[in-house]
Design a protein. Structure first.
Length: 119
């Protein structure tokens, strides 16, 4: 089977970070393979069509609800089972209208270089 590398969203399928896309109410619309694997214990691909709010206990549930109301960028790091991850949650839009939010979670090293670029 050949994969059309130019098909919409083809690049994200095997992207190493977990990508989850939700509508404005928190319904999971899409998950790439890393997100499916990361959430396997909670149902993996079966989570598509369910509400992301049902997947979060307190206090993260309250924080997620606040993020959904604010519709602003939310970025933080977390450590779980000895793995540090960057969590990047951002609103997404279609033709300038709010369409929901997406979350990208990538593993990052505990110590990493930081560069300040000028110009």
């Amino acid at each position: 089977m050949t994969t059309d590398l130019h098909a919409p969203h083809a690049w994200v399928r095997e992207f190493r970070g977990a990508v989850t896309v939700c509508d404005p109410d928190g319904i999971i619309l899409e998950m790439n393979e890393a997100a499916v694997a990361s959430n396997a214990a909670e149902g993996g691909r079966k989570l598509i069509g369910t509400n992301v709010l049902d997947c979060h206990p307190e206090p993260s549930l309250t924080k997620l609800r606040e993020f959904m109301v604010r519709r602003e960028l939310n970025v933080y790091t977390v450590e779980k089972r000895g793995v540090k991850k960057l969590v990047y949650q951002t609103p997404w839009h279609v033709d300038g209208r709010y369409a929901g939010f997406l979350e990208v979670v990538v593993e990052i090293p505990f110590a990493m270089p930081h560069f300040v670029r000028t110009g």
